[in-house]
Design a protein around this ligand. Sequence first.
Ligand code: ADP
Ligand code: TPW
Ligand code: MG
Length: 576
Amino acid sequence: MLNTATKNEATDAQQELTDGFHLVIDALKLNGLNTVYGVPGIPITDLGRMMQAEGIRVLSFRHEQNAGYAAAIAGFLTKKPGICLTVSAPGFLNGLTALAHATTNCFPMILVSGSSEREIVDLQQGDYEEMDQLAVAKPLCKAAFRVLHAADIGIGFARAIRAAVSGRPGGVYLDLPAKLFGQVMNAEAGRKSLVKVIDPAPAQIPAPSAVKRALDVLKSAKRPLIILGKGAAYAQADDAIRSFVEKSGAPFLPMSMAKGLLPDLHPQCAGAARSTVLKDADVVMLVGARLNWLLSHGKGKTWGDQPKKFIQVDIEPREMDSNVEIAAPLVGDIGSCVAALLDAMGGSWPAPPADWLNSVKTKRDDNVAKMAPRLMNNNSPMDYHGALGVLRTIIKERPDAILINEGANTLDLARGVIDMHQPRKRLDVGTWGVMGVGMGSAIAAAVETGKPVLAVEGDSAFGFSGMEVETICRYNLPICIVIFNNNGIYRGTDVNSAGADPATTVFVKGSRYDKMMEAFGGVGVNATSPDELKRAVNAAMDSGKPTLINAVIDPAAGSESGRIGNLNPQSVLKKK
Ligand code: ADP
Ligand code: TPW
Ligand code: MG
């Protein structure tokens, strides 16, 4: 009897089975990936349900693009790949913009997509949602993989995770054909096939000679400037970066998403003297920032006539000399590089010349003083400055809140006006200036950090992802959305001189976006003055209830393309 029972148990254990669904879930959990952003449907509906049942937090969105933006920013905030889950062809394509955005911004993300049957897709026989997704994804991401056998799911995820977070982070595509999920295999063999990725983003230690070269150039500076980019914010080496900047004594300029890495009110912050420091500096040290369009490629009018030497700290060797010569390339991860720099600086470091520090300080104080009265106006309808002055104070009083920001004037002016006080609290449109990142970013920020979120949105920008207010209400997230409603893109005053159709840049006048939030049980407020705006935002931040405030902005207050009108080609032959 006994013998037979033992034998049966042994056979049962041997026959204990797992399948593709479970292996995907186990692979994610084994690697600490416990949150998924996506939209359900064939072939991943059951996967989402089972993930939820197994303790993974699955956030269902109304559009894959927004789920993708959520995953991308989750990657930036956590240094773990954000996971986006989509259905085949159309869902996959909807997620792809976000995957490309993640890659462009060096955010780690994995787009996991179901796909149709290889045999049918490859013969182009018209399968349900047929598309060669792997081929489509490849040029738009850092790496792309497809798993055909359940036994390879563990390795597939391991490769995707490593590709996303090691070196320069980026977006990875993982293709999971429908058939894979149902494939059955022995459970024990399945468990053994999974990989817990050890040290997914290994430290990359800079060469001591490169550290010395960088410090030699920095020491030679008469007018040094340190530019901190979002790579520095991503690195989560906040204390070391602060110590290094303070020890150097140099003015620093934060790029948009690096604001708050050192507080904007830090005495060395040159944010309010941006044009002066870029023009006049003689040595510029880039830390996790690229010399792309956002820095005028390191040349031209923005950078003035003074000859300059560049030091660049970056994990990607090929970034060096991308636009101008880099006198001192320092390749490695920012944590290791900054630690090595601090170490090699020794006990004391000469302060930069006082005349440079004074001239930067004077310029900064002048600009701040000039701006101050504009931020205190209580005009109704509001202009950008009156409304932003209020929000600036609110963020100062609530420094751990996360600020989401998109739009044109709404973006450019908020970036300048709203001081940030802590690292990784400002999330915006990134390297491409994508409209539509707002709601996905807000949702991921709330989910990943548990902090209150304030989303400052142009009315056009918001429109790209506005349906996600339902998602915000459904998950009851502490998000307060403020829409700068100026009736349109840049301004609400354009007219079409040729016919009855409205101009291309304007929307329905006097729209009440607050009613959208009310439709789903959230709080909606129409605010027509800075005082009203202040009351409504504070109430929302106190209550943590999903809130949308329609901030009525003077339609004539904005300018074309916000602060980047210079990039806007215009025909000289245009009919008036
Ligand atoms: P910004 O837009 O703020 O100027 P960019 O996105 O242009 O910043 O640049 C970010 C840079 O940071 C990229 O070149 C990327 O390779 C680099 N980077 C990202 N993470 C790290 C890291 N951990 N260590 C070093 N460099 C990093
Ligand atoms: C995906 C082009 C840049 S800014 C903008 C658009 C459409 C909207 C500006 O209007 P908004 O802000 O948001 O009302 P404001 O305060 O100036 O009125 N499609 C994508 N990305 C971009 N960048 C655009 C279009 C664009
Ligand atoms: Mg607008």
